[in-house]
Design a protein around this ligand. Sequence first.
Ligand code: H79
Length: 422
Amino acid sequence: MRNDFAERTRWFREARFGMFIHWGLYAIPSRGEWVRSLEKLSVEEYRPFFEEFDPVRYDPRQWAKLAKAAGMKYAVMTAKHHDGFCLFDSKLTDYKATYTPAGRDLIREYVEAFREEGLRVGLYYSIIDWHHDDYPAYGDKIHPMRDNEAFKNKPIEFGRYLDYMHGQVKELLTNYGKIDVMWFDFSYDDMTGEKWRATELVRMMRSLQPDIVIDNRLGGNIKAAAPEEYAGDFASPEQMLPAEGIANEAGRPIPWEACITLNDHWGYCSSDRNYKSAKTVVRGLVECVSKGGNLLLNVGPDAKGVIPHEAVEILREVGRWMDANADSVYGCGAASLPKPEWGRYTQNGNKLYAHLFDRGMGPTSFAGMNGKIKRARLLADGAEIKVETPWMAYEYPDDAFVTLGGAELPDGIDTVIELELA
Ligand code: H79
C-alpha cells in the first residue's frame, strides 16, 4: 500500500463496523428510496412529500448513541439520494430540507451529534440526480422519466449538472468540519469516471479534506495495479459478502466495506418486517472481519425521524455481544488459517480469535495449532480454557484441542475464544 493511502485508511480498516443511514422524503411514501424510479413518479407527483416533510422526532444524538452502543465506530448518512433532495442547506438548490416544514439543515445536526459521541462521520452523496434539469432523463436506464416522451427532445447541458454536483461536494467538504468518509453512489454504463469529471472532483476533495476516505463508485478500477486517481480507497460490495475478501490484481488485499440492509430496503418501508436477527448481523460482521473487510449496516428512519423499533432492538442486542467481544473485531483482520468447520477466525497480531458458531460434538479442534497456543481464554469473561489433547484425539498430533463443558455454546450468537499465540 502507498504510505499516504495506508495512513489515511488505517482508522477505517480498524473500525470494521459502521452505520449507514438512508433518510429523505421517500420515508413518507415508505416504499424505499427508489420509489420515484420504480413507480416513474414525476417531480410534481413527488412534490407533496417535500411540502409535508416534518420529522418532529428527529434526534440524531439518539441515533448516535444507538450506533455507539451497537459497537459501531462510524456512520454514513444520505446528504442527497438519487431523488436529488438535499438534507443539507445547499446554496445551490431550493430542493432542500431548509424549505420543507423541517426548516433547517439536518445534516449539520447529524454531523455534530455523531462527532459528539466520538464516532467518525461520513456522507453519502448520489452522483445520480433525478431532480436536476440537466441530468439525462429520457432514454436513461433508471431515471423516473426514462420513457416519458415529454422529455425526449428536452435539451440538457450536462456540464451544468457537473458544476452543481461538484459545487455541492465542495459545500459538504467545506461547511461541516472534518468529514471522514465520502460515499458516492453510483456509476453505470458510460456514466462513469471522467464523465463525472472525476479526477478534478477528487483533487478538489483531497485539497479540502486531505484525510478523507472515498468509496470506489466514481468508477475506475480499484483493483488495478495502478488505479485511477478517482478509483477510490475502498471497494463497496452491496448486499453481499465477497467469497474470499477482496484483493487487487497484484494479489494484495484492498480495504472493502460491505453495505447491507437490516431488512430488505434502504429507505424506510413500513410493510417490510423482514429483519435480520442479531445473530445474523454479528456473524455477518465477523465474516467481514475474517475476510479483511468492514460492515456498513443500514437503518432507514421513518418520516418522523425515528429508527424503527425492530432495528433498535437488533442493534442493542448486537451491542450486548460487542460489549463483551469487540476485541475480536476492532483492529482485527483475516487470519492466515483456512476457515474452520465450527465458525471463523479473526486475528490481531498474536491474538487469534476463534468464533464458535457451531458447538458440534466432542472437543473443539484448532487444526495445525498444536504447540502454537500459549493460552486460551473465553473472551467474554476472561475465564481460563485449557488447551489439552484429550485421550481420544491422540491420533491428531498436529491439532490443538479445547474441551468445552456443556452440550451448547455459552453464547448462541457467537462464542469467542481468545487464543494467545506462542
Ligand atoms: O443507496 C442504496 C441504493 O439505493 C443504491 N445503493 C445503496 C447503497 C442502489 N440500489 N441499487 N443500486 C444501487 C444498483 C441498481 C440496481 C438496479 Fe434496480 C437494478 C437498478 C435497476 C435494476 C433495484 C432494482 C433498483 C431498481 C430495481
